[in-house]
Design a protein around this ligand. Structure first.
Ligand SMILES: Cc1cc2nc3c(=O)[nH]c(=O)nc-3n(C[C@H](O)[C@H](O)[C@H](O)COP(=O)(O)OP(=O)(O)OC[C@H]3O[C@@H](n4cnc5c(N)ncnc54)[C@H](O)[C@@H]3O)c2cc1C
Length: 395
C-alpha cells in the first residue's frame, strides 16, 4: 500500500516546481511534435531522453528507490498535464510509475525493490504489467497462465495480450496461477520476469485505433524458468491483491489523464469557435456552438474536482475502492463526450488527420476500456455500496 510517508515526500513548494517544469515541457516541447508522433508511430528519442532526465519514468516511485516520490494527489496534477498532449508520451513511462511499478512499490520484498526499482525510476528499465489474457480481461481472476514450482524455481506458461510497452520492455510483471481458486483466494501470484528470459516471446506490435507511439503486443511464456526470488512479496497469495490495488490507484491517474485530454479538446474548440467563420460570422457567436462549449467546460470542471477529491481520499486512505472507480467512470466518459463535441464544433475540419481534436477523439476512446471498462467501474461502485449496506444490516 502507498504509505503515509509517501504523502509527505515532496513539499508543496518543490512540487510546484516539478509541475511547472512538466507543464512547460509538455506545452513547448511535446505539443509541437504531436504530428511527428502520429506520423512515425513513435515518441522521438530526444523527447524520451528529456522525460528521462526530468525523472518522469519514476515520478511516483519513492525517493528511497530513486524516484521523485510524488503521492497520488501530486501524480494527478502531472497526469492532467500529460493528458494535454499525445497520450503516447505518458504511456512511455506510465507502466513504470503506475500499474507495473506500483506492484513492486506496494508488494515487493526489499531485495526485489533493490534489484529493480532504481532502474525503473531512472527509465533504464521499462516495466510492463502482464495481466490480461484472451478470455481474462474484465475478469482477471479467470486467468490461465500457470506457474509451477520446480525445486527452488518457478516455471511459467501462458499467453498475455494487449500488454502496454511489451515491445520495449525489460521486465514483465506477470500474473500467473499457482493453484486453482479456493476458499483462501483466487490462487494468483505475480512474478518478475526479465524480458530476455528464455521462453519469453513478444509478438508484433498491435495496430490500434489511436494513441500512435504507444505500443502494445501479445506476450507468450513457454517454460519460462525464474528463480524463487522472482515471486513478488515471496508469497503466492499476493498477486491478485497487488493487481487490484495497482489498478485501483491507476484508475485515479487515468481519470486525471482524461481531464487533461478534455481540457485540450475544450481549448482547441474555443480557439476554433472564436476564429472560424460562416457567412462572415465567427461560429462561436452562434448560441448552439456556445452551448456545446458550455457542456465541455462544465464536464472538465466537474472531472477535475472529482479527480482531486478521489486522489485526496486515496492518499488519506479514506476510500481506495469506490472513489477511484467513480472518478475513472465519470472522467473517461466525460472526455469521450467532450472530444465528440470538439469534433462537432470543428465541423468537417474535425474529421481531418493532424487536427488535434481528431487525434483526441480516437485517443480517449481507450480510456473507457483499459484498467477496467466503464461497465466494470459501475459494478465496483454499485456492488461495493450494496455489499457495504448488507454488511451493516447483518451486523
Ligand atoms: C491499448 C490497450 C492497452 C492495454 N494495456 C494493458 C496492459 O498493459 N496490461 C494488461 O494486463 N492489460 C492491458 N490491456 C487490456 C485491458 O485492460 C482489457 O482490454 C480490458 O480490461 C477489457 O478486457 P477485454 O478486452 O478482455 O474485454 P471483455 O472483458 O471481454 O469486455 C467486453 C465487453 O464486455 C463487458 N463485460 C465484461 N465482463 C462484464 C461483466 N461481468 N458485466 C458486465 N459487462 C461485462 C465489458 O465491459 C465490455 O463492454 C490493454 C488494452 C488495450 C486495448
Amino acid at each position: 500500500m502507498t504509505t503515509t510517508a509517501a504523502a509527505t515526500e515532496v513539499s508543496d513548494e518543490d512540487f510546484q516546481e516539478i509541475l511547472a517544469q512538466t507543464r512547460s515541457f509538455i506545452r513547448t516541447a511535446v505539443v509541437p511534435r504531436e504530428n511527428e508522433i502520429l506520423a512515425t508511430d513513435k515518441v522521438p528519442d530526444d523527447l524520451r531522453d528529456q522525460a528521462k532526465n526530468m525523472g518522469l519514468f519514476g515520478y511516483a516511485i519513492p525517493q528511497r528507490w530513486g524516484g521523485l516520490g510524488l503521492n497520488l494527489a501530486q501524480d494527478v496534477e502531472l497526469a492532467m498535464e500529460f493528458g494535454y498532449t499525445a497520450l503516447a508520451l505518458r504511456s512511455m513511462f506510465g507502466t513504470n510509475n503506475g500499474i507495473a511499478g506500483q506492484v513492486l512499490v506496494g508488494f515487493g520484498t526489499d531485495e526485489q525493490k533493490t534489484q529493480w526499482l532504481e532502474g525503473i525510476a531512472s527509465g533504464d528499465v521499462v516495466a510492463s504489467f502482464a495481466l490480461t489474457e484472451p478470455g481474462a480481461g474484465s475478469n482477471p481472476a479467470g486467468l490461465r497462465t500457470k506457474a509451477v514450482r520446480d525445486g527452488d524455481d518457478w516455471v511459467i506458461d501462458g499467453q498475455k495480450r494487449f500488454i502496454t510497452n511489451a515491445p520495449t520492455a525489460d521486465l514483465f510483471v506477470v500474473f500467473a496461477r499457482t493453484r486453482p481458486a479456493d476458499d483462501a483466494g483466487p490462487g494468483i501470484a505475480v512474478f518478475l520476469v526479465p524480458a530476455d528470459a528464455a521462453g519469453v516471446e513478444v509478438g508484433a506490435k498491435d495496430a490500434k485505433m489511436g494513441q500512435e507511439g504507444a505500443w502494445t503486443a501479445d506476450v507468450s511464456f513457454t517454460d519460462v524458468r525464474v528463480p524463487g526470488g522472482a515471486l513478488v512479496g515471496g508469497s503466492e497469495d499476493v498477486g491478485y491483491r497487488a493487481a487490484m490495488t495497482s489498478l485501483a490507484r491507476g484508475r485515479v491517474h487515468i481519470a486525471a489523464l482524461a481531464v487533461g485530454s478534455a481540457q485540450r479538446a475544450l481549448d482547441e474548440s474555443v480557439a476554433y469557435a472564436a476564429a472560424a467563420t460562416q457567412g462572415g460570422e465567427p461560429i462561436g457567436n452562434f448560441q448552439l456552438v456556445q452551448a456545446m462549449i458550455a457542456d465541455q467546460q462544465t464536464g472538465v470542471m466537474a472531472g477535475r474536482a472529482l479527480v482531486r477529491d478521489a486522489a485526496r481520499q486515496w492518499v488519506s486512505g479514506e476510500d481506495r475502492r469506490i472513489a477511484p472507480s467513480a472518478a475513472k467512470l465519470f472522467c473517461t466518459e466525460m472526455a469521450g463526450n467532450v472530444a465528440d463535441l470538439a469534433v462537432q464544433i470543428h465541423g468537417g475540419t474535425g474529421y481531418m488527420r493532424e487536427v488535434p481534436v481528431e487525434r483526441i477523439y480516437r485517443e480517449v476512446r481507450l480510456l473507457r476500456l483499459y484498467e477496467g471498462t466503464s461497465e466494470i467501474q459501475r459494478l465496483i461502485i454499485g456492488g461495493g455500496l450494496v455489499k457495504a449496506a448488507q454488511r451493516n444490516t447483518h451486523r
